[in-house]
Design a protein around this ligand. Structure first.
Ligand SMILES: NC(=O)c1ccc[n+]([C@@H]2O[C@H](COP(=O)([O-])OP(=O)(O)OC[C@H]3O[C@@H](n4cnc5c(N)ncnc54)[C@H](OP(=O)(O)O)[C@@H]3O)[C@@H](O)[C@H]2O)c1
Length: 205
């Protein structure tokens, strides 16, 4: 699958490395392709993957947004024609959010007028995306949104990179709850001081 990662920071870099390992074709859509900050990542995944947001989106079937949430207002106009493409929103509107929208997900849906949008890859730290295995077991991922096909794609991509199960958290009405779930991880890992080597896994009887 051709995947564009918009944002080349912690999350974009971790997902890129994992998708490449899983055999996907990855392009990095950057504000400034090969900025000083992207050089380290480029040494790992190759300089040739770095391009403009517009070009990365154009060449990909899946666009994953990994910028700060408020920045989606700048990113969306650069995505071009997104007909037939799936947008995955990995952001959390915790410290900032796009003005006039509850979350980046809501801004993406409203401004692109696309229904093929899903929230995923937001509920755990980037280190867990880079290595979702604890004691030989995959941890879990979660996704939310109204579009079933987009959720199935996010679930497939999650298991491709080593998450055990990507649970369906519900529709658009559960997107904000999924961000609160991410905040629960942040609370335990950072505010309560457990540390970032912690992950959620559902166990069932
Ligand atoms: N960190 C985590 O563990 C984690 C986990 C789950 C979800 N998230 C969410 O994922 C998102 C990214 O987090 P992160 O830790 O990866 O942040 P980060 O390391 O700061 O990376 C953000 C990336 O977005 C780029 N960016 C900023 N403004 C942009 C714009 N206007 N156009 C294009 N690109 C732009 C930055 O480029 P420059 O460096 O050139 O500014 C950088 O590459 C956030 O919404 C966060 O809530 C984070």
């Amino acid at each position: 699958m051709n995947i564009a990662l918009v944002g080349t920071g912690n999350v974009g870099g971790a997902l890129a490395q994992q998708f490449i390992k899983a055999g996907h074709t990855v392009l990095m859509g950057a504000k400034f392709p090969l900025s000083e900050k992207s050089i380290l990542l480029a040494t790992k995944i190759g300089e040739d993957r770095f391009t403009s947001i517009e070009n990365a989106a154009k060449q990909s079937e899946v666009i994953i947004i990994t910028t700060p949430p408020d920045m989606v207002l700048q990113v969306i106009p650069q995505l071009g024609n997104i007909t037939g493409k799936t947008i995955i929103d990995a952001t959390n509107s915790i410290r900032t959010r796009p003005e006039n929208y509850a979350t980046a997900y809501h801004a993406i849906k409203a401004l692109t007028q696309s229904d093929v949008v899903v929230k995923c890859f937001n509920t755990t730290g980037f280190e867990n995306m880079l290595n979702p295995t604890y004691s030989g077991q995959g941890i879990d991922m979660f996704c939310a949104g109204d579009n079933k096909a987009a959720k199935q794609l996010a679930q497939q991509l999650s298991t491709d990179i080593g998450f055990a199960t990507c649970y369906d958290f519900g529709g658009d009405d559960k997107v904000e709850l999924l961000e609160k779930f991410a905040l629960s991880w942040i609370n335990l890992a950072i505010m309560q001081g457990i540390g970032r080597d912690l992950a959620f896994k559902i166990i069932r009887r």
